[in-house]
Design a protein around this ligand. Sequence first.
Ligand SMILES: Cc1ncc(COP(=O)(O)O)c(C=O)c1O
Length: 446
Amino acid sequence: MNSMQQPTPAQQDLSLDPFWMPFTANRQFKARPRLLASAEGMFYTDVEGRQVMDGTSGLWCCNAGHGRREIAEAVSKQISSMDFAPTFQMGHPLPFQLAERLTELSPAGLNRVFFTNSGSESVDTALKIALAYQRAIGQGTRTRLIGRELGYHGVGFGGISVGGMVNNRKAFGALLPGVDHLPHTLDLERNAFTQGLPQFGIERAEALEALVTLHGAENIAAVIVEPMSGSAGVILPPQGYLKRLREITAKHGILLIFDEVITGYGRVGAPFAAQRWEVTPDIITTAKGLTNGAIPMGAVFVSEAIHDAFMQGPAGAIEFFHGYTYSGHPVAAAAALATLDIYARDGLLTRAAELESYWAELLHSLKGLPNVIDIRNTGLVGAIHLASRDGAPGARGYEVFDGCFWQGAMIRCTGDILAMSPPLIAEKQDLDQLIDIVSKVIKQTA
Ligand SMILES: Cc1ncc(COP(=O)(O)O)c(C=O)c1O
């Protein structure tokens, strides 16, 4: 649409006040709103008719790009034939079909699926499964959960307790008791400008042994980490680090949960990061790319052994007192099935691996630009870490993010880290265009 067809906020008489926007500087945004109106392929069109390249797959979710007719048709067909059906003591075929399809993609052994509506719900579900599992196998003293500094696991109380981004925690008082954190793995001194997984930092996994010594293995239920931290600014696992976490957790009977809400569904070059980095956890949380962002849905993958530990007692007993009204929602499941068809047909779950070296070269060509202190990449994810201005952390990152938007590219900023995760349908020239804009704006920003 162009500006002739699409009314501007002023023309629409759009009141910006009532909507309290999430994770947004509301007053700043409303003073100069960045409003999107439509989307197709790699591009958004804003309300003034300007094209904006989607450098972030929406919010790390539209992996197959925008405007996928197959998803729209599947949703529309499903909503007309059955809008909703409960999955508590009732069922309908779609979530069963979807769970089966998903287990064809998931790492071997992770073949039971619990549906949610978001990443936050997937995380809280996974934490509850881990705690209840330990009880079910007679390990009821294992009540502690271990997260990691700078981890992001959504916004539920479970997620913010194991999460490690201070602003997401500090205003909310009482969090879950008995949580501890591993150190994060960002190490600019030793690893700056590494392409792919950094060489240094495997020893940070050993901190888990120290926590086990401190708390006692018999008191720890699970460790949860993002295989690659997305929200905190693309923090990669050092080489060997995830394997080491797996060894230590297995040795002590502690469950390992990978939060793959961002890395799942092809972002790092395989269906799941667990496969890309060859480490199989006990539980994987997902959401976002599951439906290409079109309808909210999450899925938690659980090993058969964990699932089977719940299937005890009388056959008429509910085994796990947990679930959401919309777990396995028919419209969301239809969107997910159509999404999986697209991923399979277009080879999107491995496409990031094909583009990875081109993308890495492009990103790393920005080394040497003003204020750039690190560049990180894996799959089709990249971060450009800018030096903070004295006394104004985050200001430079925000200015580049905002400048990019007005010059035609949507990226993200976390403080002074710029993050990019383009749709997996990107062609090389799209990536060129994205990096061109980002480079220009970095040069323009003091
Ligand atoms: C790793 C991770 N876990 C959980 C979440 C929360 O997902 P949602 O916003 O769908 O609740 C996110 C969102 O970005 C995430 O990146």
